[in-house]
Design a protein around this ligand. Sequence first.
Ligand SMILES: *Cc1c(COP(=O)(O)O)cnc(C)c1O
Length: 366
Amino acid sequence: MSMTYNFSSGPAMMPSEVMKEANQEFLDFSGSGMSVMELNHRSILFNKIVDEAKADLKELLEIPDNYKVLFLQGGASLQFAAIPMNLMKNRKAGFIMTGHWAKRAYEEAQKYGEVNELASSADKNYTYIPNCSNLLISDDLDYIHICENNTIYGTRFMQLPNTLGKDIVSDMSSCILSEPIDVARYGLIFAGAQKNMGPAGVTIVIIREDLIRDDIMPCTPSVMKYKNQFDNNSRFNTPPCYGIYMCGKVFKWLKRIGGLSAMKEINKKKAELIYNYLDESKLFHGTVDREFRSRTNITFTTGKNELDMEFVEASKKVGFVGLKGHRFVGGLRASLYNAIPYENVEKLVKYMKGYEVEYMRRTLKK
Ligand SMILES: *Cc1c(COP(=O)(O)O)cnc(C)c1O
């Protein structure tokens, strides 16, 4: 097998232990003579997979009993519609605009009700998180939507907005399970699996039970109605069975390595390693306000587009994958999700250092 260091923004690297286990069980799951892919979604074996995944996720995130976990499909993007359909009682929601994904959610919600932009960092191309301590919040807002970690821009909320008691809906697609959180501070948390949890195709929704309601927008497709999915233990229709199984394995892996506090320490170390280098480098520098730096998506640049692209091409040749920045911002990005070992980040930083030395030598000669 060739050696690859995958820093892609998503779908992302999976823990290698998990991949090996899945490989071993691929053709014969638990002595059934069948692959998980071939199991009926209402069979006893699959029930066990869902129930264990749910229980392990609850344990990892310390999810209170009045919050429910749903395994859905359609990605975070489908939730941009499902959330307003299910949660907009007054047909009014607030949004903190911190980048592309917040904007996409805002535009989608606009189809179902009134959307208020409560704060924005668009003025500086989303390189910071706006101050959310004193937002103008009208009394009839149903909820306030945030994108907790901005995958494309590389910023994250360091503290939750002061919402004056309004429910926070948080898009945690690129930061879920990267550290412990206080679930009780949210009304709803959602995340696509493909960054920090498992293969693409599973979307996790963690929702406070009083928000699972019957009196929702009548146009809501039945599969998108949280109540239908909750009443059927995420099996109103066929769920993404194999993906849920893989997520379950990732949850068990997280438990084995010591849970989210341990994960947070590793993630902090990984991010510090690369940020420390970026702060001293003469070639590369970080692109966002230090205060709001993401721990999962590290955005950086040489300041010159051609040079960034040269770096991407050169790094590819020695096994680094996914270092090109998002097409909206250009530059470079290394995504350090849970599954990426510290050693891989060390390898990347070492490579960048070497590249810098080489570059300086080249430019001095000219
Ligand atoms: C990747 C990502 C999305 C989009 O997820 P899909 O599963 O492709 O719909 C939404 N929000 C954030 C924060 C993301 O990182």
